[in-house]
Every structure is written in C-alpha cells, then in structure tokens.
Design a protein. Structure first.
Length: 756
C-alpha cells in the first residue's frame, strides 16, 4: 500500500492542463490504423478523412513516418471514410461504423494510381471487427439490438444481461422499486457507474442508477464489465456508457404504442394460485420522437417523449377472523412514468462542436413495503413520487489534427418522497405484516454539479489522454422512521376474552412490546450531507508494433467528506473512546492500469490481458448512519405490551393495560430501545478491487468472432458495520451497542466469460 501523502496537487494539476473544452471521452470512439502501399510498405503523409453520414461533419488526420493515423473523440455512428495520398488511387469506404467507448483499428492498403481514380471497399463495423488495441472486457448494445430485441417494459438497460458476466441484482432500497440494477463480475449492483453522454447518472445517496432514458432516445450503450482504462472510474464493478440520439440533416421521427392487456396474458409457472384469483395487470406505453436539422450542416435537434401507465397488483394477505386463516388476494400497484429528453447539437465553427441536452423523469408508483414477514397486507404498501432533472452541456474543440479537447458540464437533481397508503402503526403478526410500515414516510434528495475535461493527443505511436473530473454532491434525508410505531404481536388471532367484555375479538390480541420514536411528532432530518469528488487520469495507448499495443494508465481519485469530516465536532461524546487515530481523507487512491493486446500477422487472432486497481464510491448513506444513529437523534421507546399485565390466575387484563386500539401506553423497558450507535471508523477507505484478465479473440468467419476471457477480481476494504462494544446511553436508559462502520470485508471472484 502506498504511503498516505497529499496527492491533491497532482489531481488539480492534471485538471488544469485541460483548459480548453466537450463531451467526456468515455462517450466517444477512436479509430486508428496504418496505410500501406501494394507491396506492404507504410505510406507517410496520407490523409484519412471521416465524414459523419447524418450531419456531414468531417475529421481528418495524416499518417506519420510509420504510416500510423489516429482519430480520437469521434461520436459513435456511421461515417464515410476517404484516404488520399500522392501517387496512389483514392481509397474510399462506403460505411465505417464506430461504437461508443471503443478503440477500433482499420488498416488500409492503397492501390497504385491508374484509370481507376477511386477504389471502394466494403463497410467496416468496429463491433464485429477484431479488437487489436485494448484489453478491456466489454460489449456494445447497438441501436439495432435496442430497437429489435424484445423488452418487457422497454427498459434498455436489461439488454446488458445478454453480455457475459452480468446478472440482475436485487433492489436494496425503497426508491429503487422500478430500477434495473446490474451486478457485473460478482460485484454489488449498487457499485456500478452509469453515465449518459459522459455525465454521471448515479445515486450518491444510496447507490444505483438514477434517471431512466426512453429506449427510443438511446443510440447505443457500452458495458465495460472489467478492466476498463484510466479514463473511467468511480466503480469497482462495471461502467455503462450510454449515448443518446442526435438530429441529422434529414427529418426523422417515430410514434409507437405498446400494450399488454390482462385478457391476453398467461400466468407464470411460479405463480401462487392459492388465492383463486388472477392478478390484474395491464400496461400501455406511448412513445414519440422527432429529429432533424435546425440548419443543415450546422445545427440539429432531437427530442423524445415516452409515457407508461401500468396497472399492476401486489399479492397481499388479510386476516379472516371467522375461519382464522390468512387469505391471499391482490391489491392495486399502479405505476405512471413520464420520460422526456431534448437535445441540440451545433457546429459553431469547423473546429468547435457544442451539444446540449435536457432530460426529465416523473414517476409515481404504489408498491409493497419492505417485509419482515412472508406476506404483507394491502395497507403494507407505500406510495412513491420520484422527480429527476438533468442538464448537460458539451464542447468539443479540435486544436489540430492530432489534438482534441473535450469539456463536459452537467447538473442533475433527484427528489424522492415515500409515504404509506394508510396510517400506522405497523402490526407485526407472526404470519402477516399489517398496518403501515414503520420505515415510512421518508424523503431523499440529491443535487450534483459536475465538470470534466479530457485532452487527447497523438504523439508518434502514442495516443495520450489526460484529464480530470470534479463533482459537487449534496444529499438531504428526511426520515419518518418509527414515527408511527410498531407493535409486536404474539398471535395471529385472539383465543381468550382477556379484557372481560364478554366476547373474543381483536381487542383481546396479545402483543409483547411496542416500538416507537421517543419524539413521534418529529422526523429525523439530516440535511447538507456534502461531498466533493476529484479525479485525474493519464492514459497512454502505445502501439509498439503493428501487432502489439500497450495500454498504460494511472488514475487518482479523492472524496473529501464521505467520512463526515466536516461534522466531527457533532459526534456523540459517548463514542469518542472507540475512535482511534485521527480522521482524515483517504488520500492514497491511486489506480494504475496496465494492459496489452497482441495480434497475429493476419489480424484474425488477438491475445489480450492486464491488471488494474479500481476504487468504488462511498455513498452519503454512510454519513447518514453516523449522524442519524448516534444514540441521540432517533430515540426509540420500547414499551411493555399487554402480556406484561395479564393476571396469571384469571388470564385477564386490568383496565389500564395497553390494548390494540391504544398500544403505546405500557411502561418503558429501560435499555430496550437501544438501536445501536453507528460510528465511521477513522481509517475507513474506499473499497478497492484488483482486476486481472487474460483473453483471446478469434475471427472464425467474416463478421463472426469468438471470444474467451478469464477474470480474477480481488476486493478489499468493503464496508460493514461491526459491533465493537457497549456504552450506557442515558437517552434509552441502558446499554447501547456501538457499531463500527469499517473497511474490513474482502471479496473474490473468478470467472470465464465466453461470447460469439
């Protein structure tokens, strides 16, 4: 482990090197190759020109003394290629397709000058072409696949599950009820990094993806499962790079309607038919797009709109006091989701491109609350409202044929509010969870301001990229947990007239204890949870020989406040003896990355591999645990239930005993309300994953490639809460457990990924 020093200066220095500005590099593509004459000798001074088909924008580069050309920071899409060299016939390609996040190689052999002044070759698609330049384990989901492959619900991110090494991850938070989470190479679903047009689209409060984008607005996306370059970070798992559609010189649009009617759907084989009912379900989705020129050859627009109305159902239970059974039926679980996006692209001069995008999402839904029992009642549902806004501005400046600079600026806001569908408290029966969940209401919001810059340079056989990223993140929590309380019942149905009113009904139900906030009229409000994220990187893709490329990179990342440094003076004095050492920022997050790619002379086989260190983000939830569960902010009163008041001789309650109608009147059980005091370990670090891969690709036929990759990931410093002692907490009148939020968990993953 490197010594903890003060590398912040390195981060700022690399950021300052990138003073010019557009799109973050990860949302673009690179094309390189060599020009040869008919005898196989390299050609210096040949001009390679790419013309984007939709807009007519051109980019050019000249081959150097070794015949090498490199075109960086190219928007993903279709191009026409042309190569001109003195004394040779012009070489043209009908179509060159470049994919997001990929580095493609296209070597060109020019014919001798003669009667045929132009030689046209077949098209080139980087997705179905052998990778001879990088060691990343990735795949691109193309526009055709997004449009043509069936999707239940039209969430394009589910197509990432078609890529080896990726699987669905369970939802872990009430705000993620309708979010797709991807677990890559054995890592947690909340640990990935999702970017849209180069802008961070992640929930820094609890993790996972934030805003969804209409399927019709997505041009394509790349999922880098493992071993990505130093340009990408904030993930120990995968990086998903999404590129949205832009307008072209011709008007184009679409309108569609998708529906799933309850009368034509079949029941799944795993459906529990004991209820005797069919689950009601129907869904309608409306989608519209329109794009075209504002000024042909100079400015373009593209807009999309999608609305989903879904009438779903949740399997719920209900107590039948006559038959003394738990009956199962269905309760409504509606969902309404509106997605909108508008984008404008502008070629202000031949060397300056601008792009702007505004996206919005409005979602409301009703879904089951988190359950501690096998089934919940209809009242154990929650209603959520999610609002998202994103604004993005990009500037691409071409300094020369060998230097391109990108600047990216974005703002995104997220707001979520969850409330119970009925008032509480929660009634926890042995076989059923009834009433309203004690975990709601709750409200979270997040605001992010992001600046990133990448400078790409070609120097001889080196393609250099250096840049930085600055993110200012602020999260607020408003948690009404335990405000309505929780009642722990010991029976599903009453069996004795305990209150002596002459009948046996729910007023005779026995319950052991109740739990409720000591200040039920006050929510737990934790505002101004702030963190500044800084990153800098340098990446060198060095084409040592025409058959061997080395990928060398170094990334540095720093979080300024994920350890609640700014509020150390607010810590509960009771826990100070458990903190050892000084609390400081984790300043040693250096991530070196080394890779290679070697190909055979016929470029039909390549062997690639490498090693890298990657760091995961620490969410603001860690701060909220230390601030909220500090032994003072959320006092829990545990009161005796009516079982404490039963007369052992008669089995009856006295008149002053608590009952199900007024359960929170029993005496307080001293110390039982201890919820645990959470502290952030002074030595807490960002989780670190060491990723190693070795793989081979073989072109077995035209446009048919088989690929095998072996991955070995070893993770350290993953965060867990561990009990380290007890203290007497006067707020609860007894002992409270001190839980240390520490970086003490390791992970290991080995896998063989195969694709054709």
């Amino acid at each position: 482990m490197m010594k903890k020093n003060a590398p912040t200066a390195l981060c700022l220095a690399l950021i300052c090197l990138c003073a010019l500005t557009t799109k973050a590099q990860q949302s673009t593509a690179t094309l390189s190759g060599r020009a040869y004459d008919p005898n196989g000798a390299v050609i210096a001074g040949a001009r390679v020109t790419l013309k984007q088909k939709g807009t007519g924008i051109e980019r050019s580069a000249e081959t150097n003394s070794e015949g090498l050309y490199v075109l960086t920071n190219l928007n993903a899409g279709e191009y026409e290629a042309r190569v001109d060299a003195t004394g040779f016939a012009q070489h043209a390609s009908s179509t060159v397709v470049l994919r997001v996040g990929q580095s493609a190689t296209l070597d060109i052999t020019l014919g001798a000058s003669g009667p045929e002044s132009v030689v046209t070759i077949d098209g080139f698609d980087s997705e179905t072409h052998l990778n001879t330049t990088t060691s990343v384990v990735e795949s691109v989901i193309t526009a055709g696949e997004i449009a043509d492959l069936p999707l239940n619900g039209r969430n394009f991110l589910e197509l990432a599950l078609l890529v080896p090494g990726n699987s669905p991850a369970p939802n872990f938070d009430p705000t993620k009820t309708n979010t797709v989470l991807i677990s890559s190479a054995g890592q947690l679903g909340r640990g990935g990094n999702v970017t849209v047009d180069g802008a961070d689209n992640n929930d820094d409060t609890v993790g996972g993806m934030l805003q969804n984008i209409s399927q019709d607005a997505v041009q394509e996306f790349q999922i880098a499962t493992n071993r990505f370059s130093a340009e990408l970070g904030r993930s120990g798992s995968s990086v998903v790079n999404i590129v949205t559609k832009s307008g072209t010189n011709t008007f184009h649009g679409s309108a569609s309607f998708y529906f799933r009617d309850r009368r034509i759907q079949a029941l799944p084989a795993t459906f529990d038919r004991s209820s005797g009912q069919r689950p009601p379900f129907d869904r309608e989705q409306y989608a519209f797009t329109l794009g075209g020129p504002i000024k042909r050859g100079r400015a373009w627009f593209f807009g999309s709109f999608e609305y989903r109305n879904q009438d779903g159902a949740a399997l719920v239970g209900a107590r039948d006091t006559v038959t003394r059974t738990i009956r199962r039926n269905f309760a409504a679980a509606p969902l309404d989701d509106l997605l909108g996006s508008v984008r404008a692209d502008l070629l202000s001069t031949d060397t300056n491109q601008l792009a702007f995008r505004y996206s919005i999402e409005r979602e409301t839904d009703v879904a089951p609350s988190t359950l501690d029992r096998s089934i919940g009642s209809a009242s154990q549902r929650q209603s959520a409202r999610n609002n998202y806004h994103t604004f993005l501005a990009n500037w691409t400046h071409t300094l020369s044929a060998r230097e391109v600079n990108n600047f990216n600026f974005s703002i995104n806001n997220f707001f979520d509010r969850i409330v119970p569908v009925t008032p509480g408290p929660q009634l926890t029966f042995p076989s059923l969870q009834d009433g309203a969940s004690f975990r709601v209401p709750q409200q979270t919001s997040q605001r992010r301001l992001q600046f990133s810059d990448t400078l790409s340079m070609v120097r001889g056989n080196h393609v250099l990229r250096l840049g930085g990223d600055v993110q200012l993140v602020k999260g607020d929590f408003n948690l009404g947990v335990f405000q309505q309380g929780r009642v722990e019942l010991v029976q599903d149905f009453p069996d004795f007239d305990h209150n002596g009113d002459g009948r046996v009904d729910d007023n005779d139900l026995l319950f052991a204890v109740t739990l409720r906030s000591g200040v039920p009229d006050r929510a737990l409000v934790l505002n101004d949870n702030k963190n500044t994220y800084l990153a800098s990187f340098i990446q060198d893709d060095w084409r040592v020989t025409p058959r061997l490329t080395l990928n060398l990179g170094l990334r540095y990342e720093l979080d300024t406040n994920v350890k609640n440094i700014s509020r150390q003076d607010e810590l509960n004095p009771l826990i100070l003896p458990f903190l050892h050492g000084a609390r400081a920022r984790d300043k040693n997050n250096f991530g070196p990355r080394v890779g290679f790619n070697w190909s055979t002379a016929d470029a039909r086989t390549s062997i690639h591999g490498g090693y890298g260190i990657y760091y995961d983000r620490v969410t603001l939830e860690i701060i909220s645990l230390e601030r909220g569960l500090d032994g003072r902010q959320l006092p829990i009163e545990v009161r005796a239930g009516n079982v404490f008041f039963i007369d052992p001789m008669t089995g009856r309650f006295p008149p002053f005993a608590p009952n199900i109608q007024n359960p929170f009147t029993g005496f307080i059980l001293p110390g039982a309300g201890a919820a645990g005091i959470n502290i952030i370990d002074n030595n807490l670090q960002n989780p670190m994953i060491q990723q190693t891969n070795i793989g081979v690709q073989r072109e077995i036929a035209s446009n048919l490639i088989i690929r095998a990759d072996y991955l070995h990931n070893f993770g350290t410093h993953f965060i867990i809460g561990r009990a380290i002692g007890t203290v007497f907490n006067p707020v609860v009148g007894g002992l409270d457990v001190v839980k240390n939020l520490e970086s003490s968990v390791s992970t290991k993953y080995d896998g063989m990924l195969l694709s054709l």
